[in-house]
Design a protein around this ligand. Structure first.
Ligand code: ADP
Ligand code: NA
Length: 344
């Protein structure tokens, strides 16, 4: 097969939770370990984090911690390019140029923008939307995302369902650039479908596990000690009326979410996990015990690695420096071509 260039980014917005791990990070490690010919580029995308208000001190910590997380879960800086987006200014240079060929109407049609608009409407409790509450970055960050991908002429992007529309826009922008300046430059990036592993909140299993939910016991963090993992899973909402274990995402979302967690960890179908649990006559308590054991085992090594790497700032700086150098080397080749085409 032709070697692929894979790009993916993650925002430095705190320690990842089980959903981030099973839905994104573990797939990156899998890509790295299963496709020796691919060029893999993973970025901590600090500029994207600025679309929401940040405490500068906390952001600086999160930025460093996220790099440590990527290394702790098993990404290898000798094999993959791992770097901070904000240490390669060519991302913003390309974003500006791409922004100038992107109609604002397209950006206003993004679901992410519409959601922000709706939120600003609620905040004012008026029917009129107040755009003064919305910074320009919230509208244009999908263009920065396109630049993140196209700067490396990436061919494949692992995306979750929530990012599909943005990848579509990236393809669109790449195509517009290629047509506008006649001599095609950018491959149209395609999504790398990873099996849907949407992990739900432990407290409200109708919404996804999220780092922004107010109840911290609704999510398990990569750094949670075993006792905390155990108490969070013990407190997970299940359907106490029903006895026995069965998969039914509509009638029994809490129980089904625990089964989905097991299935994702074991990398098997949810139905086969459900069957095994039913055949073993497991109770909810039994199921929670098993989930606790599996999550414990899953996070044991990354948690220890995170603590070790975080305690070695010299190493982190070295990785960041070398990653940025490699990223800039590839980007510079693209930008020379870009500037030539646009006439700069
Ligand atoms: P959050 O929603 O907690 O703020 P992000 O939006 O920063 O997380 O997502 C980072 C990555 O983790 C994305 O690839 C996203 O698709 C994935 N992800 C986030 N939450 C979940 C979840 N509950 N289950 C599976 N994957 C998830
Ligand atoms: Na999100």
């Amino acid at each position: 097969a032709k070697p692929r260039t894979v790009f993916s980014g993650i925002q430095p917005t705190g320690i990842p939770h089980l959903g981030n791990y099973l839905g994104a990070l573990s797939n990156w490690v899998k890509l790295q370990n299963e496709n020796p010919n691919d060029r893999l580029i993973f970025s901590v995308v600090g500029w994207h984090a600025l679309t929401l208000p940040q405490n500068p001190k906390e952001l600086a910590t999160s930025r460093r911690d996220m790099l440590a997380v990527l290394l702790a879960v098993g990404l290898d800086p000798k094999r993959s390019i791992i770097f901070h987006q904000d240490s390669n200014a060519m991302h913003t240079e390309l974003a500006w140029i791409l922004g100038c060929i992107t109609p604002t109407g397209k950006l206003r049609r993004m679901t992410s923008w519409k959601t922000r608009l709706a939120q600003s409407r609620n905040a004012n409790s008026e029917s009129e939307v107040d755009e003064s509450l919305l910074n320009a970055g919230l509208l244009t960050y999908p263009v920065l995302q396109a630049a993140d991908i196209l700067l490396y002429r990436a061919t494949h992007v692992p995306v979750g369902e929530d990012q599909r529309q943005h990848l579509e826009l990236s393809r669109d922008i790449a195509d517009t650039f290629n047509r506008t300046f006649k001599k095609p430059l950018f491959p149209l990036p395609t999504s790398l479908i990873t099996p849907a592993k949407r992990i739900l909140s432990l407290k409200d299993p109708t919404s996804k596990m999220s780092k922004s939910a107010p109840d911290a016991s609704s999510r398990i963090l990569l750094t949670d000690p075993p006792s905390l993992i155990a108490s969070k899973i013990r407190g997970a909402v299940t359907d106490s009326i029903t006895t026995g274990i069965a998969y039914d995402s509509v009638a029994r979302p809490g129980t089904s979410n625990l089964l989905a967690i097991l299935a994702a960890i074991e990398d098997v179908e949810i139905e086969s996990v459900a069957r095994r649990c039913a055949e073993a006559n497991m109770s909810h308590a039994d199921l929670k015990r098993e989930v606790t054991e599996r999550v414990d085992a899953l996070f044991e090594k990354p948690r220890a690695e995170f603590e070790r790497i975080r305690g070695d700032p010299g190493y982190l700086e070295q990785v960041a420096k070398e990653g940025a150098e490699k990223a800039r080397e590839i980007s510079a080749v693209t930008m020379e071509q870009v500037r030539q085409r646009v006439g700069l």
